[in-house]
Design a protein around this ligand. Structure first.
Ligand SMILES: [Zn+2]
Length: 444
């Protein structure tokens, strides 16, 4: 018998965590933050000082009291990728488990960076496993990482090979046949799994309501080329903002920056953190060609110099602030807190979507209003998603042919949409499609 417990991320987008019990052994997949609740509770800096019980109470981390009887049985904690909603609760929660953290080299580098930044330490052993490889965890459980494309490097789907059957955990993936960095999702292996009888597929349903296929990252790169190389911007300053962990997107910016003869400068703490992790494991080498400024003082100094320069058209600034976060570099430029005056016809490019929460929508509206007041030209939505859409999800189900499907990573509308797709494909709700809520368990 396999028991699957929805610990977090089954009522909402965020704080992903799933526990799987086979025999007397448990594996935890993802241990994520609800980033918005974490940040907005009392500001980023303050939240770092909150204790685990506070964070659980406000819903910023998964409530793992539901698996308290399983605590001594946990054999591994596996964050599938470097996004905070999958990894960010590890510094707060992992200590209460006597189990190693296992992730891909990039995920682990980011985790180490977060631990350094938060001045936290965890006693769990930390191990790396490359995408498309396997590791024996116990006599009865072997884990396998299958490479997946997403919006941060070295994302994996995880297979648990157990004597009760195989479980595939595919939380956050897309089928990108033309990724800008890294390999494609390993569809050959997924098709093979389809022949090996997969007992359960736990899958990302964030974009289950989106028809069609999620476009390749190459499309976002071409959209960026179109704006940077196809508009009148020779003498104007250009500022671009995107997700800090999106290394592929950042590498496209750098490439385009060179094409238009601009000096690319990355500015902001989180950008520097994710780039540093990518450089450490040799995915990219941005610091050879670009400046990377992490701290407030160095950013101020550099902005003052750019502001005084007669050649504003020499620079392409990449800043934090794509969601309009009030403390970000872009927001503070817009409010005049940082020493760079925006001028008429300067360009601001948002290479992202707005993650649709009330706080983000309000923050971005305020930022765009302030930019518009300065007659800045705004380009929005230069972006493609990192999540599978409906037809990608259909492909995953047809490749893997799981006996049971468990929609994860979404609210009830999203999980229901995936359940409807499964019904179209011959599955039936309650029988082999399971809509579960945080705190619930199912037995297979
Ligand atoms: Zn993700």
């Amino acid at each position: 018998m396999i028991e699957i417990c929805a610990v977090g991320g089954y009522n909402e987008v965020g704080r992903n965590m799933t526990a799987i019990k086979v025999g007397d052994e448990v594996v935890i997949l993802d241990m994520g933050l609800h980033v918005e609740k974490y940040v907005t509770y009392s500001g980023d800096e303050e939240a770092e000082k909150l204790g685990l019980s506070d964070l659980t109470r406000i819903g910023a981390v998964p409530d793992d009291s539901v698996i308290k009887e399983w605590k001594g049985k946990v054999k591994a904690i596996i964050p599938t990728h470097a996004h905070l909603d999958h990894l960010g609760a590890v510094p707060f929660m992992a200590n209460s488990y006597n189990a190693p953290i296992i992730g891909t080299p990039y995920t682990i580098e980011v985790l180490k960076g977060i631990l350094r930044d938060q001045k936290k330490s965890i006693k769990n052993p930390i191990k790396t496993l490359n995408p498309n490889s396997r590791m024996r965890l116990t006599k009865n459980i072997e884990i396998e990482f299958i490479n997946a494309t997403h919006s941060t490097p070295q994302t994996v789907m995880v297979v648990l090979h157990t004597k009760e059957g195989k479980i595939l955990y595919a939380n956050d993936y897309k089928f990108d046949a033309f990724p800008v960095i890294g390999k494609t999702t390993n569809t050959r292996r997924l098709r093979e799994l389809g022949k090996e009888k997969v007992a359960a597929l736990i899958m990302d349903c964030t974009r289950a309501r989106e028809p069609g296929k999620t476009p390749s990252e190459t499309v976002a790169k071409e959209m960026m080329r179109d704006v940077l190389l196809g508009t009148e911007n020779r003498d104007n300053l250009i500022i671009l903002s995107t997700f800090s962990s999106h290394i592929a997107r950042l590498s496209s910016v750098l490439e385009m920056g060179k094409k238009i003869n601009r000096k690319v400068i990355f500015m902001g703490r989180s950008l520097a953190k994710y780039i540093e992790a990518a450089e450490k494991i040799h995915i990219v080498k941005f610091s050879k060609e670009a400046e990377i400024l992490k701290y407030g003082n160095e950013i101020k100094k550099r902005l003052r110099k750019i502001d005084a320069s007669p050649q504003r058209g020499k620079y392409l600034l990449v800043t934090t602030g794509n969601q309009g976060e009030p403390n970000s570099v872009l927001s503070r430029i817009a409010t005049g807190e940082l020493p760079l005056k925006l001028r008429r016809d300067d360009q601001v490019i948002f290479s992202c979507n707005v993650i649709p929460t009330p706080v983000n929508i309000a923050n971005r509206d305020i930022l765009e209003y302030k930019l518009a007041q300065k007659n800045v030209r705004i380009f929005k939505g230069i972006h493609v998603s990192g999540h599978a859409s409906k037809e990608d999800q259909r492909d995953l189900i047809s490749m893997v042919k799981p006996q049971h499907i468990v929609p994860a990573h979404g609210d009830i509308q999203m999980t229901s949409a995936l359940s409807e797709l499964a019904s179209e494909m011959g599955y039936s709700l309650g029988k082999n499609v399971h809509l579960i809520q945080n705190g619930q368990k199912i037995w297979i």
